[in-house]
Design a protein around this ligand. Structure first.
Ligand code: EPZ
Length: 420
């Protein structure tokens, strides 16, 4: 078991090149099942979830290997359409293999996915959309058995909510289906556009991604390609929050500037100066942040991202005044607040809302990561705290951040990993 030990009080200053996006790389790895030939994915972050995806690919008969941040996937010999329950339970994104396997083999057997505990995470929208495309889906004692009645065909699908995963699953199934699929109320997250960019590089016919209506015309064959994964906007937001919490100065390179916009405009309310270039973000923070002047409401993209709620909350714990958050995407995404309170924060959770009153000091404590972004929030708070914080259960953090302690150390922070 490993822990992160953080000695707070250092100002984070320097330049950091951002890692590739986990939430882009995972569906793109699944999508490589659909391409006949070799896919070379550059900028693939080295994360436990990425290795879980590669184990699933290898299980299906693909050959997936890594060289640094490049993944090389050859799916020519893929022939297994059933994913064992244990592999499915390792991460939420395993569910994306449902659409990819259906697109490739016309059938699959999966089970409910694992991933962060953020409240109920049903897959009803995935299932009803795929059924519309001619897939028969049965729940066999927890195993979800999917089989096409005849050929999988295009359909007109209106999602009740712009779910990221359901949009991805429909796209993956539709790119090789017969005819045209239209997704109304599709998710508009940048990672969806990255997935579509990859599929287009493989020869797929997709338009409208980044907007609410995506049109996919099925192709009988897709080919391999070389593709660069976009950088991770939430990792970017996390390092910005660490810098803001410690009154530092940061240059982020390899940044997806457009994708960070909604986060940046909220962070600016705290008095930070932020300048952007083509692929870089410059951030200069005051010694004391101002409280957020407007209520932060998490919303589907282009709204404020739910994945940045906990880390922003951690950054403003010592701000001047009161800030209010409203979590609208997940039912249970304030689990990190107990640990922050233990470190001296003043937070009151009232249903969907969390009210944060700035305190003058935070103190090191022994805490456990509750989920990926909640764990990252504890790391943000620990850097701004007096004394030493020990963060346990860091496997959650390792699912999304490539060697977080090395990035922090490079910026002058004191964070180290120890085995216990
Ligand atoms: C993706 O999860 C991300 N994960 C999450 O990232 C992110 O928080 C989330 O999108 C929202 O942006 C990956 O990309 C791997 P959803 P996903 O389907 O696809 C409900 C991180 O920290 N819903 O858009 O699971 C659902 O319960 C994470 O990196 C249904 O009710 O998100 C939730 O309340 C964690 N039925 C809401 O929709 C369904 O069939 C949004 O979920 C599907 C979803």
């Amino acid at each position: 078991m490993q822990k992160l030990i953080v000695d707070g009080g250092q100002c984070l200053c320097g330049e950091l090149s951002l890692q590739g996006s986990k939430n882009s790389a995972l569906p793109i790895m699944a999508a490589s099942l659909l391409a006949e030939g070799e896919c070379v994915l550059t900028g693939c972050p080295k994360l436990t979830d990425i290795y879980s995806a590669s184990r699933i690919l290898n299980h299906t008969g693909c050959r997936c290997r890594f060289s640094g941040n490049t993944a090389v996937i050859n799916s020519e010999s893929a022939d297994k359409s059933s994913i064992p329950e244990k592999m499915m339970s390792e991460m939420r994104s395993s569910i994306i293999f449902m659409g990819a396997l259906l697109g490739r083999m016309g059938e699959c057997t999966v089970s409910c996915p694992g991933g962060c505990e953020l409240g109920p995470r049903p897959i009803d929208m995935h299932i009803s959309a795929l059924k519309k495309m001619g897939v028969e889906i049965n729940d066999n004692y927890g195993r979800i058995v999917c089989r096409a009645k005849g050929k999988i065909h295009g359909a007109r699908i209106s999602l009740p909510f712009p779910s990221v995963g359901a949009t991805e699953n429909v796209i993956l199934c539709a790119v090789k289906a017969e005819g045209e699929t239209i997704i109304n109320n599709a998710a508009r997250e940048p990672e969806i556009s990255d997935l579509c960019g990859f599929l287009r590089a493989c020869g797929a016919d997709i338009s409208g991604d980044g907007e609410s209506r995506i049109i996919i015309r099925g192709k009988t064959r897709l080919h391999g390609c070389e593709y660069g994964i976009m950088s991770d906007r939430i990792a970017g937001a996390t390092y910005m929050c660490m810098t803001a919490a410690t009154g530092g100065e940061l240059i982020l390179t390899n940044a997806c500037v457009n994708a960070e916009e909604s986060f940046i405009s909220v962070l600016e309310q705290t008095g930070c100066s932020i300048y952007t270039g083509k692929d870089r973000i410059y951030l200069k923070c005051p010694r004391k942040l101002k409280a957020l002047s407007e209520r932060v409401r998490t919303m589907p993209h282009p709204g404020f991202p739910t994945d940045a709620q906990a880390i922003l909350m951690a950054a403003i714990l010592k701000s001047d005044g009161t800030s209010v958050f409203e979590e609208n995407i997940f039912d249970c995404r304030y689990r990190h607040t107990d640990a922050l309170i233990k470190m001296g924060a003043d937070i009151q959770v009232l249903g969907k809302a969390a009210v944060v009153k700035g305190v003058s000091r935070l103190y090191g404590a022994s805490v456990d990561a509750t989920d990926l972004r909640g764990g990252a929030a504890m790391a943000v708070a620990a850097l701004a705290a007096e004394g030493t914080t020990e963060i346990g259960s860091i496997s959650h953090i390792d699912r999304g951040y490539e060697r977080i302690e090395e990035a922090v150390t490079r910026l002058g922070g004191k964070m180290r990993r120890v085995s216990v």
